[in-house]
Design a protein around this ligand. Structure first.
Ligand SMILES: Cc1cc2nc3c(=O)[nH]c(=O)nc-3n(C[C@H](O)[C@H](O)[C@H](O)COP(=O)(O)OP(=O)(O)OC[C@H]3O[C@@H](n4cnc5c(N)ncnc54)[C@H](O)[C@@H]3O)c2cc1C
Length: 297
């Protein structure tokens, strides 16, 4: 397990640690703390509100083989804890935290271990989708794993031009998809640029999912897209909504009250910075929140 950074005024890193602590003050609305125990507590709280929990141990682009092993072990421990503490939930894993930043085969081996453990415990497992440089390999990993394991799903990003063809392929293979807009800064060559285009593609991909027979998740906080999916989903019981911890909490509970399945994605761990920066950049108001927190220190 990675340690919580400690700040001492006498350290030569004092300024950066102080900045990190101030940033964490804002980030902690989106992350569940530094360790698995904190994540399990947050998951049980999510369950008590009628939602399922999706736990992610933060980390990405890991090239150190020992650190990759530690990350895999963390997920194995987390799955045991989910079972032992009767959490209604599962894990979601980034390929580049379990070996894809080293090579494809290492990652496939690690995912196979995790998928086997998930199956043994009767749990689901999601593969997060990362930046465009990992897209091709992540789809290939998912399709490889699908040959042996059926309780797994993968995120597909509506901002990518290639996603309609990836989705078609996954649907044909009976795969399970979490539809998201996409959270990385990508070259214009590969993505739809305007909000209108990204939303229009989200609607198109959502329609493909509703017309399929496969289980899927609509992972957005966007009210228009959620309303569209409610309209499209009248005849389709096999889907759930997914939202991130700390975002649109009232809407989550409204959907639960209306009888929809809702999962909350809960990240934790000391590598919270890149994740939090993505959340901050998604919304101008979060930049103001950050600025206010820095001024009030
Ligand atoms: C469960 C889940 C899993 C995800 N997994 C992945 C993944 O594997 N790969 C990937 O690239 N992306 C993933 N994402 C992130 C996703 O791609 C988007 O970046 C993110 O969801 C914001 O887009 P949106 O669809 O919610 O809509 P937006 O139109 O951006 O937001 C709609 C509304 O939601 C609220 N909102 C949105 N973001 C924030 C925020 N940061 N802070 C406060 N309020 C906010 C605001 O009220 C906003 O008006 C995931 C998202 C979810 C919900």
């Amino acid at each position: 397990m990675l340690a919580k950074p400690s700040a001492t005024p006498y350290s030569h890193n004092y300024d950066s640690r102080l900045m990190e602590r101030l940033l964490f003050r804002v980030a902690k609305r989106w992350v569940a703390g530094y360790n698995a125990e904190g994540a399990i507590e947050a998951a049980l709280d999510t369950n008590s509100h009628g939602m399922s929990a999706i736990l992610n141990f933060l980390g990405e682009d890991i090239t150190d083989a020992k650190l990759v092993d530690r990350t895999v072990n963390e997920y194995l421990l987390l799955m045991d804890l989910i079972g032992a503490r009767n959490v209604h939930g599962c894990v979601s894993v980034k390929p580049t935290q379990v070996g894809l930043a080293i090579d494809y085969d290492t990652c496939l081996q690690n995912f196979s271990r995790l998928a086997a453990k998930a199956r043994e415990l009767g749990q689901f497992m999601w593969l997060d989708m990362e930046s465009f440089k990992s897209t091709e390999d992540t789809i290939a990993l998912y399709l490889d794993l699908c040959k042996q394991y059926d309780m797994i799903g993968v995120a597909i990003q509506s901002y990518l031009r290639r996603s309609a063809s990836d989705l078609l392929h996954i649907i044909e293979c009976g795969g399970k998809v979490r539809l998201v807009k996409g959270a990385y800064h990508e070259s214009k060559e590969y993505v739809f640029v305007t909000d209108e285009e990204v939303n229009a593609n989200f609607s198109k991909l959502m329609k493909m999912l509703f017309e399929s027979n496969n289980y899927f998740a609509i992972a957005t906080h966007n009210s228009d897209l959620i309303e569209q999916s409610i309209r499209m989903g009248k005849q389709h019981p096999k889907f759930e909504f997914q939202m991130l911890k700390g975002i649109r909490d009232e809407l989550k509970l409204e959907l639960v009250t209306k009888g929809f399945a809702v999962s909350e994605y809960i990240p934790y761990g000391s590598q919270w910075l890149p994740y939090s920066v993505r959340r901050i950049m998604e919304r101008k108001r979060n930049l103001l929140l950050l600025a206010r927190s820095l001024i009030q220190q």
